[in-house]
Design a protein around this ligand. Structure first.
Ligand code: HSE
Length: 310
């Protein structure tokens, strides 16, 4: 069938996953945007609708537009695309708002063109959206948004993405205190050098986390959710972070850390009931401090961007 229009679900993602700054990420199931993409005879890309967030609609200033242009530049297609964006993921929330838009746009365009590009190529196009959003073309949100599940960016040059098995009972709880932290700002405050001692701890945890996911060893997964490099610095931008983390762990979370560049905080749990208890504990902290929040409880989304039937 020759499709001319497609509606897609573009998942939220948790990047970094504590120990894997810029290399680890996971896609979520219960939160994401909707996007409608249609072919046009005219060339180029136009954003014709943008609901839910106050973001630029000019193609060159919109992450979906920029990612789409990167795809068009490598395509033999002579027409163009129109994009309608229905944003549920708040910009600056730390759960991959820009990545959802970039990944959704290029995935949908690839479907409409009969899938000329591989997922790895789609990641390279979507990374251009991340470059626009944060100044750096990182792939740790767009890779899980496109592949689904957990992904590891084994290398950036050349780009090498590894899909990582997801244990079936793994749930994420994400709390988003209603403050905005721009990824570009939260990257600027990071140190560019690390000590060997911190490096040893960090790569031990990355290896352990990957092993824990494949072995479905939940306690091992929890032990590896440590970050000795980025979290100590970025957590200063997140009010109540230490308290939320300690209450989440007390409530039974396997581990807890900053989601992407924050301010959202994520925790992993074994099973939905445990994830619900963790959500209550996290909410109580922000309730007591008097900061508004959104909470999401989600299984891992193993499909990534997917078509919506309606
Ligand atoms: N790895 C990125 C960061 C993800 O932490 O800056 C944010 O989009």
């Amino acid at each position: 069938m020759d499709l001319s229009e497609i509606s897609v679900f573009c998942p939220a993602t948790i990047a970094n996953i504590s120990c894997g700054f810029d290399v680890l990420g996971v896609a979520l199931d219960t939160i994401g945007d909707k996007m409608v993409v249609r072919k046009t005879k005219g060339q180029g890309i136009r954003i014709t609708k943008l609901e839910g967030q106050d973001l630029p609609m000019e193609t060159q200033l919109n992450v979906a537009g920029v990612a789409g242009l990167a795809l068009l530049a490598k395509s033999s297609y002579t027409g163009g695309f129109e994009i309608e964006m229905f944003k549920k993921i708040k910009a600056g929330s730390g759960i991959g708002s820009s990545a959802a838009s970039s990944a959704g746009a290029v995935w949908a365009m690839n479907e409409l063109l009969g899938r000329p590009f591989t997922k790895l190529q789609l990641v390279t196009f979507a990374m251009e959206g991340e470059r626009l959003a944060s100044g750096v073309a990182h792939a740790d949100n767009v890779a899980p948004a496109l592949y689904g599940g957990f992904t590891l960016v084994r290398s950036y040059e050349p780009l090498d993405i590894v899909e990582v098995h997801c244990p079936p009972e793994l749930y994420a709880t994400v709390i988003h205190p209603q403050i905005e932290v721009k990824t570009s700002d939260s990257r600027k405050i990071l140190k560019t050098n690390i000590t060997l001692k911190d490096g040893i701890k960090q790569w031990g945890n990355v290896g352990g986390l990957i092993a824990g996911l494949f072995l479905e060893d939940y306690p091992l997964i929890g032990r590896c959710l440590e970050d000795h490099i980025v979290e100590p610095i970025r957590s200063m931008l997140i009010p109540g972070f230490d308290r939320v983390k300690s209450e989440a762990l007390k409530a039974g979370a396997l581990g807890c850390g900053i989601s992407g560049s924050g301010p959202s905080i994520f925790a992993f749990s074994k099973g939905g009931v445990a994830a619900g208890k963790v959500a209550l504990a996290m909410k109580e902290v922000y309730g007591n401090i008097g900061i508004d929040y959104d909470v999401h409880i989600s299984k891992v989304n193993v499909d990534g961007v997917r078509p919506l039937s309606e």
